[in-house]
Design a protein around this ligand. Structure first.
Ligand SMILES: [Zn+2]
Ligand SMILES: [Zn+2]
Length: 369
């Protein structure tokens, strides 16, 4: 599968660049790690040296504690071994980047996770938008790499969130909106109509909000549940909390609340029904099927390596387009996401039943999506 002079290969520790002597988002401790973004399956503890975007420093430290980090600007090239390395916006979460590697005239790009929409005006307002980077080989994620995943315009989804929240506020019940604490929560906060009522966030969300605000991202004021508990304003509140708190004592402390989950997984009615939630809002920080196709096409790459998600389906489609395509097993998107910190666990959302070529994801904890 890999070829002798590949610029990125798989090693037991993770994806490795042989001429550069560094790993990309390694899953075991290494000397030199280039980190695409601060989600727990991509940014892990224990590496001797980290390189990431300067704008992600706050969220990385909020999640990993003190680390030896070299922060670079988007597009700033550094040399590592015999290669030039630069980071380019991925549009996924604050500071997220694609890694561009240039060696003796050849260019490879490893995407990390990215949000690229087929809707012209859709972008994640909390981070720099995805920028296609021309390359010979593109390593792409495929979290939502099935034709059933087609996002509606986020403006329309956010209008539904506002209507649900407004209706609950009128009826005098809190709106519990479950969302991954890093990325999705901030994107929702930036997009909702804060004039409807107060916004309360779970303790797992607020440190990330602070890191976003420190990086210059405008978010509406958010309060802690303790400040509003037992007060009438709570009944007009939007309460944003990680999915793991569903059915917890914390959530029961809200009293009679309407609950909803905001995630790309909510696109499928079956997934919504299995959660037993009042509502599901399909809002994702990953590219949908048309977004993946468009982003891959814009790189001009003749070779594509597909990682974490629905690899087989995307590889088959890419080959039909005449591209050289293969899948590569990684440990991204696997296992409980940051279980130790209590973030982003719970609400296991099985993949679509009977989806063509779908890797069985039943029962697995899904990556932040
Ligand atoms: Zn991610
Ligand atoms: Zn990922």
């Amino acid at each position: 599968m890999s070829e002798p002079d590949d610029l990125v290969v798989r090693r037991p520790e993770g994806l490795y660049c042989p001429p550069g002597g560094f790993f990309i988002d390694p899953w075991r401790p290494v000397e030199r790690a280039v980190i695409t973004h601060a989600h727990a399956d991509h940014a892990r503890r224990g590496h001797a040296a980290y390189l990431a975007t300067a704008v992600s420093a706050g969220v990385l430290r909020a999640r990993l504690g003190p680390i030896s980090l070299q922060g670079v600007a988007y597009g700033e090239a550094v040399s590592a071994g015999g290669v030039r390395v630069s980071l380019h916006p991925a549009g996924h979460v604050l500071g997220s980047a694609q890694v561009r590697i240039e060696h003796r005239g050849r260019v490879w790009v490893a995407s990390g996770d990215y949000f690229a929409s087929a809707h012209e005006d859709d972008r994640n307002p909390t981070c720099a938008p995805f920028e296609p980077v021309r390359c010979d080989c593109f390593i792409t994620e495929s979290t939502f790499g099935l034709p059933v995943y087609r996002w509606r315009a986020q403006r329309d989804v956010l209008a539904e969130v506002n209507a649900w929240w407004g209706g609950n506020a009128e009826a005098g019940r809190p709106s519990l909106l479950l969302a991954y604490s890093f990325g999705k929560a901030q994107r929702l906060l930036a997009g909702v109509d804060a004039s409807i009522g107060p916004i309360v966030v779970h303790g797992a969300v607020e440190p990330l909000n602070e890191a976003y605000r420190a990086a210059g991202v405008a978010l509406p004021p958010s309060r802690r549940l303790d400040e509003l508990r037992g007060r009438p304003e709570l009944r007009r509140a939007l309460v944003v909390a990680p999915p793991g708190v569903a059915d917890s004592a914390w959530a029961r402390g809200l009293g009679e609340a309407s609950d909803a989950f905001a995630s790309g997984w909510m696109q499928l009615r079956g997934a919504r029904r299995r959660q037993g939630l009042d509502r599901g809002f399909a809002l994702s920080d990953h590219a949908d099927w048309p977004g993946l196709q468009r982003a891959i096409g814009a790189t001009g790459a003749r070779r594509v390596i597909v990682t974490h998600g629905y690899e087989a389906t995307l590889v088959r489609w890419l080959r039909q387009q005449g591209l050289q395509a293969e899948s590569l097993q990684t440990e991204f998107g696997a296992g409980p996401v940051d279980a130790a910190a209590g973030y982003d666990v719970g609400l296991a959302v099985p993949g679509p039943e009977g989806a063509a070529g779908a890797a069985g994801a039943a029962g697995a904890v899904q990556p932040a999506a």
